[in-house]
Design a protein around this ligand. Structure first.
Ligand SMILES: O=C(O)CCC(=O)C(=O)O
Length: 359
């Protein structure tokens, strides 16, 4: 559904033992390592080795299967030239069923376990205070209760868009493995047309009942990179109805070179773009948007259930940091530490911006 509507722009802020019924062969393969077994021992000790190997294999298999999402044949067939062209032209893409039901369950479990720690909750609240009141107020807020109290009035007035839990992959090894999955690497690098990508950030967006709209913004405007090669994958963890708070994209806005070249970005851009709402999404679906694509989302009613979405931001390997002084904007928590270390204009090569596999 595309419609030209009013749009005030606000700056924002390893293979495995195959065991089924048959004894193991002399060769066990774990990942890419070959483990040669000694000549077959007595039945009893064979069973002991067998059980041990079986258990190791199961563990490895579970970990590989669940935490690293492989590229499926259907990913390769769906990522056609037509689909890539559509993304290139419009600046976004709806991606149904990028995750299987059991994969979404795992993701939800990991996200929820990670962000329900006191540490993550406090970080999310402080981040919101920083956005609303500045760094000093955020530092002054030492515990969850005082942070909540500080935000209460804004929440009552619907002036907070969401709570944002940044970089959960830095707190959970399992979530990190998942975030660095070949499947995400495949989609991100194909959509950008680059050989490899790095994970810049992940975040959980929790839009709570009564939270306001997500203001119009483009993700590269909040990131420290001097590049156009950036893509965000947005994965809802709750169902979103056709009219629900999915992202709304300003079609082809990522190619609107005329706007920054000629115009005043603070002007009212109503009617400049056709807008597309990506509503009607289930957990397991995703949308992707280019780093310069303008997007927003509606607020949600006080009586509505919370809307949760996990996002992944990928930048092309080889991208550089912006030249000039580092500006600590709204997403500074994602780059402050490593960008200071690398310095202005440096090529982004840092363990905190991990390289994904070539696919
Ligand atoms: O979920 C939202 O409302 C905002 C998400 C967003 O801005 C993004 O993924 O870039």
């Amino acid at each position: 559904m595309a419609a030209a509507v009013s749009m005030p722009v606000t700056p924002v802020t390893g293979q495995l033992l195959r065991f089924a019924g048959t004894p193991p062969s002399e060769q066990l393969v774990f990942g890419s390592h070959l483990h040669w077994l000694p000549p077959r021992p007595t039945r009893r000790s064979w069973c002991t080795s067998c059980l041990l190997a079986f258990s190791l294999a199961r563990t490895a298999q579970r970990s590989q299967r669940l935490h690293q999402l492989p590229v499926r044949d259907e990913d390769r067939s769906r990522c056609s030239a037509e689909v890539m062209l559509d993304f290139e032209r419009k600046g976004f893409l709806k991606m149904p069923q990028i995750l299987a039901p059991e994969e979404v369950d795992l993701l939800s479990e990991l996200v929820s376990a990670t962000c329900s720690s006191e540490e993550c909750m406090l970080e999310a609240l402080r981040h919101q205070i920083r956005v609303q009141y500045g760094a000093a107020s955020a530092t002054a807020c030492s515990d969850i209760d005082s942070c909540r109290a500080k935000l209460r009035d804004l929440e009552r007035r619907g002036e907070i868009s969401f709570l944002q839990y940044f970089n959960l992959h830095r707190h959970s090894g399992e979530l990190r493995e998942l975030a660095l999955s070949p499947r995400f690497a495949f989609w991100a690098s194909r959509l950008l047309g680059v050989p490899r990508v790095r994970l810049y950030q992940d975040a959980l967006f929790e839009k709570r009942p009564g939270d306001g709209a997500t203001d119009w913004h483009s993700d590269l405007g909040l990131a420290p990179f001097d590049t156009n090669s950036f893509v965000t994958l947005w994965l809802p963890l709750t169902s979103i109805s056709m009219k629900g708070s999915s992202l709304v994209y300003a079609i082809s806005s990522h190619k609107d070179f005329a706007l920054p070249f000629l115009g005043d970005v603070d002007e009212d851009l109503s009617g400049r773009y056709k807008l597309q709402r990506t509503g009607g999404l289930l957990p397991g679906d995703a949308t992707a948007h280019h780093g310069w694509t303008l997007h927003s989302a509606a607020g949600i009613a006080k009586t509505a259930p919370p809307r949760l979405a996990w996002t992944l931001g990928f930048v092309a390997d080889g991208a550089r940091l912006r030249r000039g002084e580092l500006v600590l904007g709204e997403d500074a928590v994602s780059y402050e530490a490593w960008a200071k270390e690398l310095g202005p204009g440096a090529r982004v090569e840092h363990p905190m911006v991990p390289l994904l596999p070539t696919v």
